[in-house]
Design a protein around this ligand. Structure first.
Ligand SMILES: Cc1ncc(COP(=O)(O)O)c(C=O)c1O
Length: 446
Protein backbone atom coordinates (compact mmCIF):
# COMPACT_ATOMS: atom_id res chain seq x y z
CA UNK A 1 0.00 0.00 0.00
CA UNK A 2 1.24 3.49 -0.77
CA UNK A 3 0.44 6.79 0.86
CA UNK A 4 1.59 9.99 -0.87
CA UNK A 5 5.16 9.34 -2.00
CA UNK A 6 6.15 6.54 0.38
CA UNK A 7 5.42 2.88 0.60
CA UNK A 8 3.75 1.54 3.72
CA UNK A 9 4.99 -2.00 3.77
CA UNK A 10 8.39 -1.55 5.41
CA UNK A 11 7.36 -0.57 8.90
CA UNK A 12 6.39 -3.52 11.16
CA UNK A 13 4.13 -1.85 13.71
CA UNK A 14 4.49 -2.57 17.45
CA UNK A 15 1.62 -4.15 19.42
CA UNK A 16 -0.62 -3.69 16.35
CA UNK A 17 -2.60 -6.01 14.11
CA UNK A 18 -0.45 -5.21 11.07
CA UNK A 19 -2.60 -6.95 8.45
CA UNK A 20 -5.69 -5.07 9.51
CA UNK A 21 -3.73 -1.80 9.70
CA UNK A 22 -2.54 -2.20 6.11
CA UNK A 23 -6.15 -2.44 4.97
CA UNK A 24 -7.27 0.54 7.00
CA UNK A 25 -4.29 2.76 7.92
CA UNK A 26 -4.39 5.33 10.68
CA UNK A 27 -1.62 7.87 10.26
CA UNK A 28 -1.07 11.08 12.16
CA UNK A 29 0.76 13.91 10.47
CA UNK A 30 0.37 16.72 13.02
CA UNK A 31 -0.78 17.36 16.59
CA UNK A 32 -1.69 20.35 18.70
CA UNK A 33 -3.21 20.58 22.18
CA UNK A 34 -5.80 17.82 22.50
CA UNK A 35 -5.94 16.90 18.81
CA UNK A 36 -4.18 15.03 16.03
CA UNK A 37 -4.51 15.72 12.35
CA UNK A 38 -4.68 12.55 10.27
CA UNK A 39 -3.21 11.83 6.85
CA UNK A 40 -6.65 12.36 5.34
CA UNK A 41 -7.13 15.71 7.06
CA UNK A 42 -9.39 14.69 9.95
CA UNK A 43 -9.13 15.80 13.59
CA UNK A 44 -8.88 13.10 16.27
CA UNK A 45 -9.02 13.79 20.03
CA UNK A 46 -6.08 12.22 21.87
CA UNK A 47 -8.10 10.48 24.57
CA UNK A 48 -5.12 8.53 25.87
CA UNK A 49 -2.34 11.16 26.06
CA UNK A 50 -0.67 9.09 23.33
CA UNK A 51 -0.33 6.11 25.67
CA UNK A 52 -0.04 8.03 28.96
CA UNK A 53 2.74 10.32 27.75
CA UNK A 54 1.44 13.72 26.74
CA UNK A 55 0.23 15.12 30.06
CA UNK A 56 0.70 18.74 29.03
CA UNK A 57 -0.94 18.25 25.63
CA UNK A 58 0.69 18.32 22.21
CA UNK A 59 3.00 20.84 20.65
CA UNK A 60 3.93 22.70 23.83
CA UNK A 61 6.19 25.59 22.84
CA UNK A 62 8.33 25.75 26.02
CA UNK A 63 9.30 22.09 25.56
CA UNK A 64 9.89 22.48 21.83
CA UNK A 65 12.01 25.59 22.38
CA UNK A 66 14.10 23.92 25.09
CA UNK A 67 14.84 21.03 22.74
CA UNK A 68 15.81 23.33 19.87
CA UNK A 69 18.08 25.36 22.13
CA UNK A 70 19.71 22.24 23.50
CA UNK A 71 20.41 20.92 20.01
CA UNK A 72 22.29 24.11 19.20
CA UNK A 73 24.20 24.07 22.50
CA UNK A 74 25.17 20.50 23.35
CA UNK A 75 23.64 17.97 20.98
CA UNK A 76 25.01 14.87 22.61
CA UNK A 77 27.77 13.74 24.92
CA UNK A 78 28.57 10.25 26.05
CA UNK A 79 27.28 9.32 29.48
CA UNK A 80 30.11 7.03 30.54
CA UNK A 81 32.76 8.51 32.83
CA UNK A 82 31.66 12.03 31.80
CA UNK A 83 28.23 13.65 31.84
CA UNK A 84 26.30 16.78 30.88
CA UNK A 85 24.82 19.70 32.80
CA UNK A 86 21.20 19.01 31.83
CA UNK A 87 21.35 15.44 33.15
CA UNK A 88 22.32 16.68 36.63
CA UNK A 89 19.63 19.35 36.60
CA UNK A 90 16.94 16.89 35.43
CA UNK A 91 18.00 14.37 38.10
CA UNK A 92 17.89 17.10 40.75
CA UNK A 93 14.36 18.10 39.72
CA UNK A 94 13.11 14.51 39.63
CA UNK A 95 14.68 13.67 43.00
CA UNK A 96 13.05 16.78 44.50
CA UNK A 97 9.65 15.53 43.31
CA UNK A 98 9.94 11.88 44.38
CA UNK A 99 9.03 11.15 47.98
CA UNK A 100 11.34 10.68 50.97
CA UNK A 101 14.85 9.45 50.39
CA UNK A 102 14.32 8.46 46.76
CA UNK A 103 17.21 10.61 45.59
CA UNK A 104 19.42 8.74 43.16
CA UNK A 105 18.31 8.74 39.54
CA UNK A 106 19.57 6.17 37.04
CA UNK A 107 18.49 7.35 33.60
CA UNK A 108 17.54 5.11 30.72
CA UNK A 109 15.33 5.54 27.65
CA UNK A 110 12.06 3.73 28.24
CA UNK A 111 9.83 2.02 30.75
CA UNK A 112 11.08 -1.38 29.64
CA UNK A 113 14.66 -0.38 30.34
CA UNK A 114 13.59 1.07 33.68
CA UNK A 115 12.09 -2.29 34.65
CA UNK A 116 15.23 -4.23 33.79
CA UNK A 117 17.44 -1.60 35.40
CA UNK A 118 15.50 -1.80 38.67
CA UNK A 119 15.70 -5.59 38.75
CA UNK A 120 19.44 -5.44 38.20
CA UNK A 121 19.86 -2.83 40.94
CA UNK A 122 17.96 -5.13 43.31
CA UNK A 123 20.30 -8.06 42.63
CA UNK A 124 23.43 -5.90 42.80
CA UNK A 125 22.29 -4.21 46.02
CA UNK A 126 21.66 -7.46 47.84
CA UNK A 127 24.95 -8.86 46.65
CA UNK A 128 26.77 -5.72 47.78
CA UNK A 129 25.34 -6.35 51.26
CA UNK A 130 26.48 -9.97 51.26
CA UNK A 131 23.01 -11.34 50.50
CA UNK A 132 23.57 -12.58 46.96
CA UNK A 133 21.17 -15.45 47.64
CA UNK A 134 18.30 -12.96 47.38
CA UNK A 135 17.71 -13.49 43.69
CA UNK A 136 13.99 -14.20 43.32
CA UNK A 137 11.53 -11.60 42.03
CA UNK A 138 7.83 -11.40 42.68
CA UNK A 139 5.62 -9.60 40.16
CA UNK A 140 1.86 -9.75 39.80
CA UNK A 141 -0.58 -11.40 37.44
CA UNK A 142 -1.53 -9.01 34.62
CA UNK A 143 1.27 -6.63 35.58
CA UNK A 144 3.06 -4.87 32.72
CA UNK A 145 6.67 -3.81 32.98
CA UNK A 146 7.56 -3.52 29.32
CA UNK A 147 8.88 -5.98 26.81
CA UNK A 148 12.49 -6.69 27.75
CA UNK A 149 13.26 -10.07 29.26
CA UNK A 150 13.34 -8.92 32.89
CA UNK A 151 10.18 -6.83 32.70
CA UNK A 152 8.42 -9.51 30.69
CA UNK A 153 9.34 -12.16 33.26
CA UNK A 154 7.98 -10.25 36.24
CA UNK A 155 5.07 -9.05 34.10
CA UNK A 156 1.92 -11.08 34.05
CA UNK A 157 0.07 -10.43 30.80
CA UNK A 158 -0.25 -13.91 29.30
CA UNK A 159 -0.17 -12.92 25.60
CA UNK A 160 3.09 -11.03 26.13
CA UNK A 161 4.76 -14.06 27.73
CA UNK A 162 3.48 -17.11 25.99
CA UNK A 163 5.95 -17.21 23.08
CA UNK A 164 8.96 -16.78 25.31
CA UNK A 165 8.45 -19.26 28.14
CA UNK A 166 11.81 -20.94 27.84
CA UNK A 167 13.65 -17.61 27.88
CA UNK A 168 11.90 -15.93 30.80
CA UNK A 169 13.91 -15.35 34.00
CA UNK A 170 13.79 -18.56 36.02
CA UNK A 171 13.50 -17.17 39.55
CA UNK A 172 10.17 -15.34 39.38
CA UNK A 173 6.77 -15.82 40.98
CA UNK A 174 3.59 -13.75 40.81
CA UNK A 175 1.04 -12.33 43.22
CA UNK A 176 -2.57 -12.88 42.35
CA UNK A 177 -4.44 -10.16 40.49
CA UNK A 178 -6.11 -7.34 42.44
CA UNK A 179 -9.54 -7.22 40.81
CA UNK A 180 -12.72 -8.86 42.08
CA UNK A 181 -15.01 -8.81 39.01
CA UNK A 182 -18.15 -9.41 41.06
CA UNK A 183 -17.84 -7.04 43.99
CA UNK A 184 -15.72 -4.34 42.37
CA UNK A 185 -17.27 -4.05 38.95
CA UNK A 186 -18.00 -0.34 39.40
CA UNK A 187 -15.27 1.77 40.96
CA UNK A 188 -15.84 5.51 40.87
CA UNK A 189 -12.87 7.47 42.15
CA UNK A 190 -12.62 5.30 45.20
CA UNK A 191 -10.57 2.36 46.39
CA UNK A 192 -12.25 -1.05 46.39
CA UNK A 193 -12.64 -2.76 49.74
CA UNK A 194 -11.95 -6.48 49.95
CA UNK A 195 -13.44 -8.67 52.61
CA UNK A 196 -10.47 -10.97 52.46
CA UNK A 197 -6.81 -9.93 52.71
CA UNK A 198 -5.46 -10.74 49.27
CA UNK A 199 -1.87 -10.32 50.46
CA UNK A 200 -2.21 -13.25 52.85
CA UNK A 201 -1.20 -15.27 49.82
CA UNK A 202 2.18 -13.53 49.82
CA UNK A 203 2.74 -14.03 53.53
CA UNK A 204 1.33 -17.51 53.87
CA UNK A 205 2.16 -19.13 50.55
CA UNK A 206 4.72 -17.39 48.30
CA UNK A 207 7.23 -16.31 50.94
CA UNK A 208 7.27 -19.63 52.82
CA UNK A 209 7.45 -21.50 49.51
CA UNK A 210 10.56 -19.68 48.29
CA UNK A 211 11.79 -18.65 51.74
CA UNK A 212 11.57 -14.90 52.23
CA UNK A 213 15.35 -14.71 52.67
CA UNK A 214 15.73 -15.59 48.97
CA UNK A 215 13.47 -12.84 47.65
CA UNK A 216 15.21 -9.81 46.14
CA UNK A 217 12.26 -7.61 45.26
CA UNK A 218 8.55 -7.30 44.70
CA UNK A 219 7.63 -5.19 41.68
CA UNK A 220 4.13 -3.85 41.06
CA UNK A 221 2.37 -1.07 39.22
CA UNK A 222 0.48 0.84 41.91
CA UNK A 223 -2.50 0.70 39.53
CA UNK A 224 -2.51 -1.98 36.83
CA UNK A 225 -2.45 0.32 33.80
CA UNK A 226 -1.79 -1.66 30.64
CA UNK A 227 -4.10 -4.47 31.77
CA UNK A 228 -6.94 -1.93 31.78
CA UNK A 229 -6.83 0.39 34.82
CA UNK A 230 -7.43 -1.97 37.71
CA UNK A 231 -7.29 -0.28 41.11
CA UNK A 232 -5.76 -1.92 44.19
CA UNK A 233 -7.91 -2.57 47.24
CA UNK A 234 -7.80 -0.20 50.17
CA UNK A 235 -4.60 -0.58 52.18
CA UNK A 236 -3.02 -2.99 49.68
CA UNK A 237 0.13 -1.02 48.94
CA UNK A 238 0.70 -0.10 52.60
CA UNK A 239 0.43 -3.73 53.57
CA UNK A 240 2.75 -4.76 50.74
CA UNK A 241 5.27 -2.24 52.08
CA UNK A 242 4.99 -3.71 55.59
CA UNK A 243 5.48 -7.27 54.39
CA UNK A 244 8.52 -6.29 52.31
CA UNK A 245 10.02 -4.43 55.28
CA UNK A 246 9.44 -7.33 57.60
CA UNK A 247 11.41 -9.64 55.31
CA UNK A 248 14.13 -7.31 53.99
CA UNK A 249 12.63 -7.39 50.47
CA UNK A 250 12.93 -4.36 48.19
CA UNK A 251 9.68 -2.87 46.90
CA UNK A 252 9.69 -1.45 43.37
CA UNK A 253 6.84 0.72 42.13
CA UNK A 254 6.57 0.86 38.38
CA UNK A 255 5.17 4.38 37.96
CA UNK A 256 5.68 4.60 34.22
CA UNK A 257 1.96 5.35 33.86
CA UNK A 258 1.03 6.70 37.28
CA UNK A 259 4.08 8.97 37.57
CA UNK A 260 4.03 12.70 36.89
CA UNK A 261 0.50 13.65 37.66
CA UNK A 262 -1.97 11.04 36.45
CA UNK A 263 -3.61 10.73 39.88
CA UNK A 264 -3.48 14.46 40.60
CA UNK A 265 -0.33 13.95 42.66
CA UNK A 266 3.25 13.77 41.44
CA UNK A 267 3.31 10.00 41.92
CA UNK A 268 0.97 7.21 42.97
CA UNK A 269 3.39 6.81 45.84
CA UNK A 270 2.18 10.22 47.10
CA UNK A 271 -1.44 9.40 46.42
CA UNK A 272 -1.27 6.20 48.48
CA UNK A 273 1.24 7.49 51.03
CA UNK A 274 3.57 4.55 50.46
CA UNK A 275 7.21 4.94 49.52
CA UNK A 276 8.95 2.23 47.50
CA UNK A 277 12.69 1.49 47.49
CA UNK A 278 12.80 2.12 43.76
CA UNK A 279 10.44 4.12 41.58
CA UNK A 280 10.45 3.53 37.82
CA UNK A 281 9.38 6.33 35.52
CA UNK A 282 9.21 7.16 31.78
CA UNK A 283 6.56 8.58 29.41
CA UNK A 284 5.21 11.85 30.89
CA UNK A 285 8.60 12.93 32.26
CA UNK A 286 9.34 14.47 28.84
CA UNK A 287 5.69 14.86 27.83
CA UNK A 288 6.48 11.95 25.51
CA UNK A 289 8.38 14.23 23.19
CA UNK A 290 11.78 12.57 23.54
CA UNK A 291 12.26 9.02 24.89
CA UNK A 292 13.40 8.92 28.50
CA UNK A 293 13.02 6.57 31.42
CA UNK A 294 14.65 6.10 34.77
CA UNK A 295 14.79 4.47 38.17
CA UNK A 296 14.92 6.57 41.33
CA UNK A 297 16.64 4.64 44.14
CA UNK A 298 16.84 5.39 47.83
CA UNK A 299 20.02 6.77 49.34
CA UNK A 300 20.28 3.48 51.23
CA UNK A 301 20.57 1.49 47.99
CA UNK A 302 23.10 3.89 46.52
CA UNK A 303 25.16 4.02 49.71
CA UNK A 304 25.24 0.24 49.96
CA UNK A 305 26.50 0.01 46.39
CA UNK A 306 29.18 2.61 47.04
CA UNK A 307 30.08 1.21 50.47
CA UNK A 308 30.66 -2.25 49.10
CA UNK A 309 33.48 -0.77 47.06
CA UNK A 310 35.01 1.08 49.99
CA UNK A 311 38.24 -0.88 49.75
CA UNK A 312 38.26 -0.97 45.94
CA UNK A 313 40.52 1.38 43.98
CA UNK A 314 38.97 4.71 42.93
CA UNK A 315 38.78 3.76 39.27
CA UNK A 316 36.56 0.72 40.01
CA UNK A 317 33.04 0.99 38.56
CA UNK A 318 30.42 0.26 41.23
CA UNK A 319 27.52 -0.79 38.94
CA UNK A 320 28.18 -2.31 35.54
CA UNK A 321 25.07 -1.04 33.86
CA UNK A 322 23.98 1.90 31.67
CA UNK A 323 22.88 2.86 28.19
CA UNK A 324 24.62 4.91 25.52
CA UNK A 325 21.77 7.40 25.82
CA UNK A 326 21.39 7.45 29.63
CA UNK A 327 20.80 11.09 30.54
CA UNK A 328 20.85 12.26 26.90
CA UNK A 329 21.14 16.06 27.03
CA UNK A 330 18.25 16.65 24.61
CA UNK A 331 15.96 14.29 26.54
CA UNK A 332 17.03 15.96 29.80
CA UNK A 333 16.34 19.43 28.35
CA UNK A 334 12.88 18.16 27.39
CA UNK A 335 12.36 16.77 30.91
CA UNK A 336 13.43 20.02 32.58
CA UNK A 337 11.06 22.05 30.38
CA UNK A 338 8.24 19.54 30.93
CA UNK A 339 8.59 19.54 34.71
CA UNK A 340 8.74 23.36 34.72
CA UNK A 341 5.58 23.47 32.61
CA UNK A 342 3.78 21.00 34.87
CA UNK A 343 4.57 23.25 37.82
CA UNK A 344 3.88 26.60 36.15
CA UNK A 345 0.50 25.51 34.83
CA UNK A 346 -0.29 23.42 37.93
CA UNK A 347 -1.13 20.54 35.67
CA UNK A 348 -1.08 17.80 38.32
CA UNK A 349 -3.71 19.74 40.26
CA UNK A 350 -5.66 20.15 37.05
CA UNK A 351 -5.52 16.38 36.44
CA UNK A 352 -6.94 15.94 39.95
CA UNK A 353 -9.73 18.44 39.23
CA UNK A 354 -10.70 16.79 35.94
CA UNK A 355 -10.59 13.26 37.40
CA UNK A 356 -14.16 13.27 38.75
CA UNK A 357 -15.40 14.92 35.54
CA UNK A 358 -14.09 11.97 33.54
CA UNK A 359 -15.29 9.45 36.13
CA UNK A 360 -18.78 10.96 36.30
CA UNK A 361 -19.10 11.03 32.51
CA UNK A 362 -17.98 7.41 32.12
CA UNK A 363 -20.27 6.07 34.82
CA UNK A 364 -23.33 8.04 33.81
CA UNK A 365 -23.03 7.48 30.03
CA UNK A 366 -21.85 3.87 29.91
CA UNK A 367 -23.38 1.97 32.84
CA UNK A 368 -26.15 -0.28 31.59
CA UNK A 369 -25.09 -0.22 27.92
CA UNK A 370 -24.96 -3.60 26.15
CA UNK A 371 -22.05 -5.86 27.18
CA UNK A 372 -20.69 -3.42 29.78
CA UNK A 373 -19.58 -5.44 32.82
CA UNK A 374 -17.33 -2.99 34.65
CA UNK A 375 -16.37 0.70 34.80
CA UNK A 376 -13.39 1.83 36.84
CA UNK A 377 -12.17 5.38 37.32
CA UNK A 378 -9.48 6.83 39.54
CA UNK A 379 -7.36 9.88 38.82
CA UNK A 380 -7.55 11.15 35.27
CA UNK A 381 -8.10 7.69 33.77
CA UNK A 382 -11.08 5.44 33.40
CA UNK A 383 -11.84 2.09 31.81
CA UNK A 384 -14.98 0.36 30.64
CA UNK A 385 -14.84 -3.42 30.39
CA UNK A 386 -17.05 -5.39 28.01
CA UNK A 387 -17.98 -9.03 27.97
CA UNK A 388 -15.83 -11.03 25.58
CA UNK A 389 -17.19 -12.25 22.24
CA UNK A 390 -17.30 -16.03 22.42
CA UNK A 391 -14.14 -17.42 20.80
CA UNK A 392 -12.88 -13.97 19.82
CA UNK A 393 -11.15 -12.40 22.82
CA UNK A 394 -10.45 -8.69 22.40
CA UNK A 395 -12.45 -8.37 19.17
CA UNK A 396 -15.31 -6.32 20.56
CA UNK A 397 -12.91 -3.82 22.15
CA UNK A 398 -10.84 -3.63 18.96
CA UNK A 399 -13.91 -2.99 16.81
CA UNK A 400 -15.02 -0.26 19.20
CA UNK A 401 -11.55 1.30 19.15
CA UNK A 402 -11.76 1.42 15.32
CA UNK A 403 -15.26 2.85 15.44
CA UNK A 404 -14.20 5.60 17.86
CA UNK A 405 -11.21 6.45 15.68
CA UNK A 406 -13.48 6.84 12.67
CA UNK A 407 -15.59 9.20 14.77
CA UNK A 408 -12.60 11.30 15.80
CA UNK A 409 -11.61 9.84 19.19
CA UNK A 410 -8.49 7.86 20.11
CA UNK A 411 -9.30 5.40 22.89
CA UNK A 412 -7.05 2.55 24.06
CA UNK A 413 -8.27 -1.01 23.72
CA UNK A 414 -6.64 -3.31 26.29
CA UNK A 415 -8.01 -6.84 26.27
CA UNK A 416 -11.76 -6.36 26.74
CA UNK A 417 -11.28 -2.83 28.11
CA UNK A 418 -11.49 0.59 26.54
CA UNK A 419 -9.46 3.12 28.46
CA UNK A 420 -9.34 6.91 28.48
CA UNK A 421 -6.40 8.80 30.00
CA UNK A 422 -6.49 12.25 28.40
CA UNK A 423 -3.90 15.01 28.70
CA UNK A 424 -4.25 17.05 31.90
CA UNK A 425 -5.31 20.07 29.82
CA UNK A 426 -8.53 18.28 28.83
CA UNK A 427 -11.78 20.29 29.01
CA UNK A 428 -15.21 18.99 29.95
CA UNK A 429 -16.33 19.45 26.34
CA UNK A 430 -13.59 17.03 25.16
CA UNK A 431 -14.59 14.51 27.81
CA UNK A 432 -18.23 14.73 26.76
CA UNK A 433 -17.30 14.14 23.13
CA UNK A 434 -14.97 11.25 23.98
CA UNK A 435 -17.48 9.48 26.19
CA UNK A 436 -20.45 10.05 23.86
CA UNK A 437 -18.52 8.70 20.88
CA UNK A 438 -17.55 5.67 22.97
CA UNK A 439 -21.13 5.14 24.13
CA UNK A 440 -22.41 5.25 20.54
CA UNK A 441 -19.70 2.82 19.41
CA UNK A 442 -20.57 0.41 22.24
CA UNK A 443 -24.21 0.50 21.12
CA UNK A 444 -23.30 -0.01 17.49
CA UNK A 445 -21.28 -3.11 18.40
CA UNK A 446 -23.87 -4.66 20.69
C1 LIG B 1 3.85 0.28 33.97
C2 LIG B 1 4.67 0.22 32.72
N1 LIG B 1 5.93 -0.18 32.78
C3 LIG B 1 6.71 -0.23 31.69
C4 LIG B 1 6.21 0.11 30.45
C5 LIG B 1 7.07 0.01 29.24
O1 LIG B 1 7.44 1.24 28.78
P1 LIG B 1 8.09 1.42 27.33
O2 LIG B 1 7.04 1.08 26.34
O3 LIG B 1 8.53 2.84 27.34
O4 LIG B 1 9.25 0.48 27.27
C6 LIG B 1 4.89 0.56 30.35
C7 LIG B 1 4.34 0.96 29.04
O5 LIG B 1 3.17 1.20 28.88
C8 LIG B 1 4.09 0.59 31.50
O6 LIG B 1 2.81 0.97 31.45
Amino acid sequence: MAYNEFRMDNQWLPFTPNRSFQKDPRIFVAADGMHFTTHDGKQVIDGISSLWCVGAGHNRKPINEAIKKQLDTLDYATAFSVSNDKAFRAAEMIAAMTPGNLNKVLFCNSGSEAADTSLKVALAYHRARGEGHRNLFIGRERGYHGVNFGGMSVGGIPANRKMYGSALLPRVDHLRFIHDPVNHAYIHNQEPVWNEDILLELENRLLPLHDASNVAAVIVEPIAGSAGWYIPPQGYLKRLREICDKHGILLIFDEVITGFGRLGTAFASDYYGVQPDMLNFAKAVTNGVIPMGGVVCTDRIYDAMMGAHGSAPDHAIEFFHGYTYSGHPVACAAAIATLDLFREEQLFERAGEMAPVLGDAMHSALKGLPNVISIRSLGLAAAVELSSMPGLPGKRAFDIFMDCYKHGVLVRNAGENLVFAPPYIVEKSHIDTMVNVLADAIQRHA
